[in-house]
Design a protein around this ligand. Structure first.
Ligand code: PPE
Length: 307
């Protein structure tokens, strides 16, 4: 993804010009991977730019930090205010927001004690994650030869920088094999998620998604889709999904801040359902986009207006 710079990045309490938001090469997290981050989207609405579930994302950042033993030098309220201040200063209507907390310069060696905790929040325009075509027609996915990190190895419940090496391996393998996205199984052979998305299937009109105990991240889009589906009268179950069950699903889709709601039309060469965006997937996708763009009063609580 080529980056399109915006004007300012919030860094440790100040707005700094995009090109000046730099770190030292002896930044602790750069060497050992112990940093935590978030991915959030801001959408254009009739009432101005609105950040989708901002507080929930910042709370997850704080929880990721807690899981890894990092103490954030800012409160949730301060980071929520900083995010909105940064968007206003950049005068952008739609963007992807990337808060990151990392151990900075000061100590080397594995023990991060004594390294300062730095926090930055950047934003840039980011279109569709898996292509405009993907949103409409669905993507082709491959079950990864890489196994999703087990909770006794690294904490899959945290958005820990180091976890993403596992995701990158799976993503690159899928792309090299001619697919658009990967699906990772856990050590027991059950479906967990994509490298940067949660996964749902439709079976006989019901939604099924792997439980968080499978090793999937507690996605905020996942949570939103569960709520929307239940409100629309669709039964949602959290159950282990085997590879075989995945192959014979009526519909399948990914959810994520970046990926939004992206249908899956093929897995390992097996056509899923009709090979097109499924009916229930399409319905949930429509409601999701109406929600984030402020056209669903019942989900208005999820929007944090910037102005
Ligand atoms: N699982 C993983 C591993 C994951 O990284 C994400 C988000 C999700 C599920 C979905 O979570 P949520 O965004 O709360 O619905 N992945 C972020 C990073 C993507 C990237 O390529 O960078 C994102 O979507 O922002």
């Amino acid at each position: 993804m080529g980056l399109t710079p915006t004007k300012l990045i919030w860094m440790n309490g100040k707005l700094v010009p995009w090109n000046e938001a730099k770190v030292h090469v002896l930044t602790h997290t750069l060497h050992y991977g112990l940093g935590v981050f978030e991915g959030i989207r801001c959408y254009k609405t009739e009432k101005g730019p609105a950040v989708f579930r901002l507080v929930d994302h910042i709370k997850r950042l704080e929880n990721s930090a807690k899981i890894t033993g990092m103490v954030l030098p800012y409160s949730v309220d301060e980071l929520v205010a900083a995010t909105k201040e940064m968007i206003r200063a950049n005068e952008i209507e739609e963007c992807y927001i990337r808060p990151i907390a990392f151990y900075g310069y000061g100590v080397m060696g594995l023990n991060p004690e004594g390294a300062p905790v730095n926090v930055a929040i950047a934003a840039w325009p980011w279109g569709t994650y898996l292509g405009e075509d993907g949103l409409e027609k669905g993507v082709r996915a491959k079950i990864s030869p890489w196994v999703r990190i087990h909770p006794r190895i690294l904490p899959p419940a945290a958005k820990l920088v180091a976890n993403y090496a596992n995701s990158i391996f799976a993503k690159v393998d899928a792309l090299k094999s001619g697919y658009e996205e990967a699906i990772l199984l856990n050590l027991d052979g059950f479906v967990t998620e994509g490298p940067g998305e949660n996964l749902f299937i439709v079976e006989n009109g019901n939604l099924v998604t792997p439980p968080l105990s499978s090793g999937a991240l507690g996605g905020i889009t996942r949570d939103s889709i569960i709520r929307i589906a239940r409100d629309e009268g669709i039964l949602v179950r959290e159950e282990n999904i085997s590879k075989e069950r995945l192959y014979r699903a009526d519909e399948a889709f990914f959810t994520g801040t970046a990926a939004e709601v992206t249908p899956i039309r093929e897995i390992d060469g097996n056509v899923i359902g009709s090979g097109k965006r499924g009916e229930i997937t399409g319905k949930l996708q429509r409601t999701f986009f109406e929600t984030v763009r402020g056209r669903r009063p019942e989900y208005e609580d999820w929007l944090d207006y910037v102005e």
